[in-house]
Design a protein around this ligand. Structure first.
Ligand code: 4AD
Ligand code: MG
Length: 463
């Protein structure tokens, strides 16, 4: 059996081949019929040429409609027709599974992305989502290659955890308490009686565990699903998203920034190299109103800017336009601010650094010269805003405990984390890159729900 991508890549010699897949279109006429067949390996399908009198075909021709699955055998040859290099002159065909034309939701006309979202189990058959999923798969391998080439240990951080790393109260509870039992009131829950003997949930980040392993293996990274119950129905947030979190010992904020830039540039170059046809296809979608390939090339080649948070606020205050959220020192940057900074102020990806401590998580390192700020960095990119969040970590036990107490965190609950400052503490840094955000950026998709096969967001967890 040959894959259709191998035919397009010229890896299959002309001659007898066997091919299986799903029908995109079926055009019948008196003398010759055509089927466009896809198998998910490339955007372009392969054209099957059929003699209507061929008995294995004639007996099932009425059932060969969009969505049906078939296997065929025939002669692969150069195509005289326009639009394709190769075609298969079919000598035998079997219908494997029909798809009732009256019922099959994805008839051959184009479908809106909203419509496709209502049919998650079928939408990977659409050209657009099909291409996005191939890019996603290729980029996943590129992520691992980047870190492997640099000697980072790949860490599987736990999915279930008792610590809310970001402290934003967005943890999904994991429990075996009898919540469906009518006699279970839920009042005065004793978590000691729960499965883990304390309050546990789905992880919002693998960072704290990555810090532990960076303090034994120097450099490590996680790449896995993370969960946040933030009820934000935006085009940039999911309840379940994949994050890549490198953590580096003996590394300060500058080193962290350098790795983050190298990483994004590496991925930009990889996607252009390995997913050329898919990116070319995606760049022609109606909603991509700019040169997508040029944008990715720019990200892969330009040096990113570094802007102090204070400078960023000054730039926003000096902007000739107004913002919905008023600008003042101490505020968290909103999407509109982020986009102004990267798209209009510096016109390229920009690291905003040294944020006010008050708007950042407990683990970020206090800056000695400006203690109201922390050694944090966010990477903002055009058309998207925040792609990466990271920081140097507070490695000094006294500073860290003081900060945690100030924020009302239980030192006892985090005592394992504090041990890392008690035994062989070193300066260390890391960041988190939201994989779906990166995919939006590189595929030109406008809604984060369209860059993951089965998106999870408020009201949606089916299938
Ligand atoms: O800025 P965040 O919250 O940082 C952390 O979680 C740190 N523990 C990372 C670290 O230093 N190791 O999240 C990091 C990135 C964001 O920049 C964004 O790209 C993505 O994760 N992200 C989301 N992506 C999709 N849906 C959501 N709800 C997201 N929340 C964050
Ligand atoms: Mg962030």
């Amino acid at each position: 059996m040959v894959r259709i991508s191998a035919i397009h890549a010229g890896e299959v010699s002309p001659g007898l081949v066997r091919c299986s897949g799903w029908v995109k279109t079926h055009r019948q006429s008196k003398n010759v019929s055509f089927i466009e067949l896809t198998d998910g390996s490339s955007v372009a399908g392969v054209q099957l040429v059929l003699d209507p009198k061929l008995s294995s075909y004639a007996s099932v021709a009425g059932e060969i409609s969009t969505g049906a699955s078939i296997t065929c055998e025939g002669e692969l040859r150069a195509s005289p027709g326009k639009g394709q290099k190769f075609e298969i002159e079919v000598s035998s065909l079997s219908l494997i599974g029909s798809a009732d034309q009256e019922q099959y939701p994805l008839q051959k006309k184009g479908h809106s992305l909203e419509f496709l979202r209502e049919h998650l189990h079928l939408r990977s058959r659409s050209n657009t989502i099909g291409a996005v999923l191939r890019v996603r798969s290729e980029l996943s391998f590129a992520v691992h290659e980047f870190f492997r080439d640099r000697g980072f240990l790949y860490l599987h951080s736990p999915i279930i955890s008792t610590s809310d790393c970001e402290g934003a109260g967005e943890v999904f509870r994991v429990t075996t308490l009898p919540i469906e039992d009518p006699s279970f009131s839920g009042k005065g829950i004793d978590y000691q009686q729960d499965f883990f003997g304390e309050k546990a949930g789905l992880t919002v980040s693998g960072q704290l565990q990555a810090e532990a392993v960076a303090l034994s293996h120097t450099n490590c990274y996680t790449f896995g699903p993370t969960f946040r119950s933030e009820n934000s129905n935006t085009t940039r947030h999911l309840a379940e998203f994949w994050m890549i979190e490198p953590e580096m010992a003996f590394c300060a904020l500058e080193g962290n920034i350098a790795v983050a830039q190298d990483f994004v540039q590496y991925l930009a170059k990889s996607v252009l190299e390995r997913c050329h046809d898919d990116i070319a296809f995606l760049s022609k979608r109606d909603w991509v109103k700019y040169d997508l390939e040029e944008l990715i090339r720019h990200v892969g080649e330009s040096d990113y800017e570094v802007l102090d948070y204070g400078e960023a606020i000054a730039a926003l205050e000096g902007a000739s336009r107004s913002f919905e959220f008023p600008v003042q020192w101490g505020m968290d940057l909103q999407a509109e601010h982020e986009r102004y900074l990267t798209e209009e102020h510096v016109k390229k990806p920009v690291f905003v650094v040294n944020y006010p401590a008050a708007i950042k998580a407990f683990y970020m390192r206090s800056r000695d010269d400006e203690p109201e700020t922390v050694s944090a960095m966010d990477l903002l990119v055009p058309r998207l805003g925040e792609l990466i969040g990271g920081s140097q970590r507070e490695e000094r036990l006294d500073r860290l405990t003081a900060r945690m107490e100030e924020m009302g965190l239980s030192l006892e609950e985090y005592s394992w984390y504090l041990d890392l400052r008690r035994y062989g503490s070193v300066p260390h840094s890391g960041f988190g890159l939201g994989f779906e955000r990166l995919l939006m950026y590189f595929t030109g998709m406008q809604n984060i729900r369209d860059v993951i096969a089965f998106p999870r967001y408020p009201g949606h967890a089916k299938g």
